[in-house]
Structures are given as C-alpha cells and as structure tokens.
Write a protein that binds this ligand. Structure first.
Ligand SMILES: NC(=O)c1ccc[n+]([C@@H]2O[C@H](COP(=O)([O-])OP(=O)(O)OC[C@H]3O[C@@H](n4cnc5c(N)ncnc54)[C@H](OP(=O)(O)O)[C@@H]3O)[C@@H](O)[C@H]2O)c1
Length: 338
C-alpha cells in the first residue's frame, strides 16, 4: 500500500473544452481522516462527462470545486482509515464521491457501502451499477415511457448511458435507432447490441438519415447531447412524443450554456413532453433498477464495454478523450489492485 498520495487538483477554470493544464498532477502524503471523515484507498475511478461541469465557476447539482482543490470523481475502494466513524470497518468496500487520487479523504456522507449484487465486480458496481445503468433505466422508463412498437432514438448510443438506454429500449419492445460518432461505434450498435439502425452523425446528414430510418417519426428521444443534435431530432418527434433530457455534452465545454434549441416551438405544436432529471432523484428506487440490470446482464440481454485507462497519471488526457468521443465504452481508471 502506498504511503504517498498522487492526486489531481484544479489548476485553473477551463475556458472551453477541458485542455491539458486545467488540472495539475501532484504528489502529497497519504491523508489522515479528520473529524467525521474516512479515507478510502481508491481501486477504480470513473471518468464522466459531468466532470467538466464540476470544474466551472458556477455550482451545478453539486457545488463547484474550489481552485487548487482535489478533482472530484466517483470511486470504489476499501476503507483504510475510518477516523471516528467506526461503522465503516477497515478493509470494507465503499463507493461514492471521492477524488482523482490514490486516496480519497472526505466526509462520511460522501460514501456508502458497495452495492451487493451477485457476481458483480467492484469495477462493474462503480462502472455500470452506480450511476450509468440506473440513469438509463429511470430516464427511459419514467420519462421516456416507451411502448411496444414505438420508435426510440438515442444519442451517444455507443457510450455508457446511451448503450444501456438503447438496449433497454429493445428489451421493452421498441424499434431503436442509435446516433454515434464513427463507423466502429455504429457497427457495434448494429452487430453487437442488435439495434435496428445507427446513424454516424460525423459522416452522415442526421436529418436525412433520421427520416429514412424513422419513416413513422420518433416517439421517444433519449438525449445525451443537446444543442444542434437535439434541435434536429426535435423536428421529427411525433405528436405526444417524449424527450428524455438526460445530458447535454455538446454544451459542457461552454460552461453549460446551450443556445440552440431553436425548434422548441415543436414542443408546443406536437404536444411533446421534454423533461430533465438527475439520477440522484431516484436513490429511493435504486434496488428496483439494480435488480433489473443484474437480471438482464446475467441473461446476456444487457451488454457493456469498458474503455480502461491504466494509470492515474493519464486521467486528464483520458477525460479530454472522452469529450472528443475517443472512448469506446465506460471510461475507468485503474488506480490500485484489490
Ligand atoms: N441525468 C443524469 O443523471 C446523468 C447521469 C449520468 C450521465 N448523464 C449524461 O449522459 C451522457 C452520457 O454520459 P456517459 O457517461 O455515458 O458518456 P459516454 O457516452 O460514454 O461518453 C461521452 C460521449 O459523448 C459523445 N460526444 C461528445 N461530444 C459530443 C458532441 N458535441 N456531440 C455529440 N456527441 C458528443 C462522444 O460519443 P460519439 O463518439 O458518439 O460522439 C463521447 O464518447 C452525458 O451527457 C452525461 O452528462 C446524465
């Protein structure tokens, strides 16, 4: 076990997309739990589009991270110092909001015991069960309200949340069209996930391909991108359609300012319901999602893939790659062995 603590801190506020040098890699002593804190030896760190939002000056659904402070991230690992929090046993697995570091030290409220899902590894529990698959599950089920035979379109369909939402759409009886960047991702959607169609928005004209692949219009749009992509799909959403506002990655590099949905009047004339949500809203219903996801994954009806990053030093570069679409699956940084 290391005695030092490699960690990333926020060196400056990104002015646009995340760039090299916005974060700084530092070395320090292993932290000691203060009052009401625990220390976790991180094994896996999840990199997520929301990381860029946390780096901006303004608060989001979590407070902005002060400059010079450790970069926040979702982690899984074992408790190595429980301070005055004796209900967290040394050596027990926890997951929660930690930092991009060897050790996460934070208020006990930021952590909870690792989920208990049969046959799921700590990597799966953080990578897919913690926030990714529940986001897809609750967003599609509650807001999308898909019905058998309806047409579902999913953006960032080859990404972590998108690929789960797309597969759940198939399980729940929809015709599913995925939007993704590049041939490899589109081939994966068709050949491995069994989607009914895929659109490579980087090389094809989205509006034309949507019209061709959704001749009866779009009933549900699960959107992770916002901006021009949302605007384009809105134009083809049916009367009484639903738009799941899950994410807006096209605007994260603009500090969340998105000025594009010029087609918003479609919401009125088509009586479309568009609703945003944050998966934290659904904590009380997590057991329902975890059961469904575990069952479908066990049956081979819900597949997932990872984009592994082998060292903490590469975390900033990997996060930059995530926004550029160079990830192929859920981005996970390996920090330490069990
Ligand atoms: N509401 C919630 O509670 C909640 C919870 C978790 C995640 N989310 C949201 O879900 C979305 C997906 O997150 P994830 O973790 O699953 O990431 P991901 O999809 O695995 O990775 C992000 C992907 O976004 C795509 N992308 C980046 N910039 C884009 C742009 N300008 N236009 C179109 N596509 C772009 C890239 O795919 P391509 O190669 O296909 O472009 C990239 O691979 C994010 O918007 C995230 O904020 C929401």
């Amino acid at each position: 076990m290391r005695n030092d603590n490699r960690h990333w801190v926020i060196a400056r506020r990104p002015s646009g997309d995340l760039t090299t040098g916005d974060l700084e890699f530092r070395q320090g002593p292993r932290p000691v739990a203060g009052k009401g804190q625990i220390v976790v030896r991180n094994e896996w760190l999840s990199l997520d589009p929301t990381n860029r939002l946390w780096m901006q000056e303004a608060d989001t659904y979590l407070p902005a991270i002060p400059l010079g402070q450790p970069m926040r991230g979702f982690v899984v690992g074992k408790v190595v110092d429980h301070g005055d929090q004796e209900n967290f046993a040394i050596g027990s697995y926890v997951m929660g909001i930690g930092s991009w570091s060897d050790y996460s030290c934070g208020p006990v409220a930021n952590f909870f015991p690792m989920f208990d899902v049969a046959n799921a590894s700590p990597k799966d529990l953080l990578g897919y069960y913690y926030h990714i698959a529940p986001t897809a599950y609750f967003g599609l089920l509650d807001i999308g309200q898909p019905k058998i035979g309806e047409t579902l379109v999913v953006s960032t369909a080859a990404g972590a949340v998108g690929s789960i939402a797309a597969q759940l759409g198939k399980v729940w009886g929809c015709r599913v069209i995925g939007i993704a960047g590049g041939k490899e991702k589109c081939d994966w959607l068709i050949n491995d996930l069994g989607l009914d169609g895929a659109i490579d928005y980087k090389s094809e004209k989205l509006s034309d391909r949507l019209r061709a692949l959704c001749p009866n219009g779009v009933d549900v749009f699960f959107d992770n991108v916002g901006g021009q992509m949302l605007n384009t799909v809105l134009n083809q959403v049916n009367i009484k359609g639903r738009v799941v506002l899950c994410g807006g990655i096209s605007a994260y590099g603009k500090n969340g300012r998105d000025d594009t949905p010029g087609n918003y009047l479609r919401l009125i004339v088509q009586r479309i319901r568009a609703e945003g949500f944050v998966v934290l809203d659904y904590l009380a219903r997590y057991p329902e999602a975890l059961r469904a996801i575990a069952t479908l994954h066990g049956e081979g009806r819900l597949k997932w893939r990872y984009h592994d990053v082998d060292s903490l030093e590469d975390a900033e570069a990997a996060c930059i790659d995530l926004y550029a679409g160079r990830n192929h699956g859920k981005v996970m940084v390996k920090i330490a062995d069990a």
